[in-house]
Design a protein around this ligand. Structure first.
Ligand SMILES: [Zn+2]
Ligand SMILES: [Zn+2]
Length: 144
């Protein structure tokens, strides 16, 4: 099963060629500034996303190990992707909010849980990881 998605204005559209059943929330300060709050991302393997309208998309190197893509016109988040070489290179975390149909996609995890603002929490029973645990997986050699 594939999933279609787009930015708010429709200048960037995409298809995820694999079945998406899970999403994870990121509470880090960068996501908070990027999208106004919690970022809900769905993991997509490097060759599983086809994007149309990439000329309307800006890809911003947000850290030494990740990039963030957004629509240049409307500002919608498209994805956050891993750019550091290694086993996760090219993996993207596509914005759940951009998918046309989010039915059946369950919130299963929360990362950077130690950075979550203290004024809210999700009720779901999720797997939670701290910043240190995430850095050890994705960017063991990156400066923190
Ligand atoms: Zn747009
Ligand atoms: Zn984040």
């Amino acid at each position: 099963m594939s999933h279609s998605g787009s930015c708010l204005c429709g200048a960037v559209t995409y298809t995820i060629k694999s079945t998406v059943t899970q999403t994870r929330a990121c509470h880090c300060g960068m996501c908070r500034k990027w999208c106004g709050g919690v970022y809900l991302g769905v993991e997509v393997a490097p060759d599983q996303m086809e994007i149309k309208g990439t000329e309307n998309m800006t890809v911003f190197a947000s850290s030494p190990w990740a990039e963030r893509a957004f629509c240049t016109t409307c500002g919608s988040n498209i994805y956050s992707g891993i750019t550091m070489s290694g086993p996760h290179f090219g993996t993207r975390y596509v914005s759940l909010g951009g998918l046309d149909d989010t039915r059946g996609i369950e919130l299963v995890g929360e990362i950077y849980i130690d950075k979550k603002p203290d004024g809210y929490s999700f009720a779901n029973d999720t797997d939670k990881m701290t910043e240190a645990e995430i850095m050890a997986i994705y960017a063991p050699t990156a400066p923190v």
